[in-house]
Structure formats: C-alpha cells, structure tokens
Design a protein around this ligand. Structure first.
Ligand code: HEM
Length: 177
C-alpha cells in the first residue's frame, strides 16, 4: 500500500493528549552498534571510526542518502502505556524531529517492533523547516554553517580512510613477524 505523505506543519498540530503524533527517523543505523554486534579481529579500530561517524550524524544530521526516511507515528493510544511516560511523547510531538531523543534512550528491539503499530505515514521532506532537516535536539543550538555541511559529507570518507589505514598497518605488522 502507498505510504501516506504528511507535511511537517500538519503533523505539528497533533500535540495534545487526545491526539499525539511524533516524527522519528525510520531507519537510523547506528554504525558503531552495528559493528559491535558483528565485530571480529581488528574491528575495534573500525568501531572507533564509526563512533565518530555516529557523532557527526547526531550533531550535523543524517547522511545525504538517508533523507526521506522520517516516519510519523500516531501514539495517542500509547500515551498511557508508554514506559517512558506520556510527557516525553507530548513534548516530542510539538513540531520536532524526535529521533535523537528516541535513540538516546536506546529503545529495545521490542519497542521498535511496537512502533509499527503506530505508523501512519512519512514526512514530506520539502515541508521541513531548515533546522528540522537535521536530527535536532530541541534546544536549537546547532549551527547551520557551511563547515558543518562539509563535515557531514567528508566524515564517512575519513572513517573509511582511517579503517583502511589501520587494516594496512595491521597487515604489514603481522607479515613482519
Ligand atoms: C512510537 C514511538 C515509541 C514507542 C513505541 C516507544 C516504546 C517504548 C518502550 C517499549 C519502552 C520500554 C523500554 C524498551 O523496551 O525499549 C520505552 C521507554 C522509554 N521511552 Fe519510548 N517509545 C516511543 C517513543 C519515544 C520518544 C519519542 C521518546 C523521547 C522523546 C521516548 C522516551 C522513552 C523513555 C525516556 C523511556 C524510559 C527508558 C527507561 O526508563 O530506561 N520514547 N519506550
């Protein structure tokens, strides 16, 4: 079935106890957690690199290829049952991307499965205000300058280069013994 596309402005209006919608990025892959799960020899170095990448993504926003994955969840009937309380959901519903707040709590796989019951559509990225194009903390303290964009685009390359260098270094070391 075709996914419903909702404007950010429309979603922001649903912010009461009787009608509460939240926006969360649908497919945030935290590279460091992913690598920790599947790590093996030498991967600890790559893990550190990926940590840097995660930091960059939280600070400066999703990677370019991840745009368009913000999902809208109608959590009205879940307010009373949410183990984290209704207040956090109500706060998150008032015109923000709640991805960082959601990921900060390290929600379990169970919570992520549960989310599917509340999914009602996805955000039309063209309707996002500039600040909300990033994963933002609600204090709006993030800078929007061009250097942050540069970092966003180059961080993955740095991480890859770092990982390859370490592999090369380890390979040479092992061959010298
Ligand atoms: C559809 C959206 C959400 C679902 C289905 C959901 C579900 C859950 C579940 C099942 C738990 C229990 C722990 C776990 O199993 O992970 C939990 C805890 C929690 N959630 Fe959510 N949650 C949602 C959105 C959010 C958002 C947007 C925030 C923050 C803005 C948030 C903040 C919290 C907090 C603070 C806890 C308590 C953690 C603790 O006590 O250790 N949740 N949530």
């Amino acid at each position: 079935m075709e996914e419903k596309v909702l404007s950010f402005e429309e979603v922001s209006k649903h912010n009461t106890t009787g009608d509460c919608w939240v926006v969360i990025h649908g497919k945030v892959i935290f590279f460091s957690l992913f690598l920790l799960k599947y790590s093996w020899r030498n991967m600890s170095f790559v893990f550190l690199g990926s940590k840097l990448l995660d930091f960059t993504r939280i600070r400066y926003g999703p990677c370019p290829w991840e745009q368009g994955w913000r999902r809208v969840y109608d959590v009205t009937r879940f307010l009373d049952e949410h183990p984290g309380g209704d207040e956090v959901l109500l706060n998150a519903s008032s015109g923000m991307d709640a991805t960082v707040e959601f990921e900060d709590v390290s929600h379990t796989d169970y919570a992520r499965e549960l989310m599917k019951d509340f999914l009602i559509g996805k955000i039309d990225e063209n309707t996002l205000p500039n600040m909300q194009k990033k994963f933002t903390r609600h204090d709006a303290s993030l800078s929007n300058d061009s250097s942050s964009h540069l970092l966003l685009y180059t961080a993955p390359l740095f991480v890859l280069a770092f990982a390859f260098l370490l592999r090369y270094y380890n390979y040479n070391n092992n061959n010298n013994y």
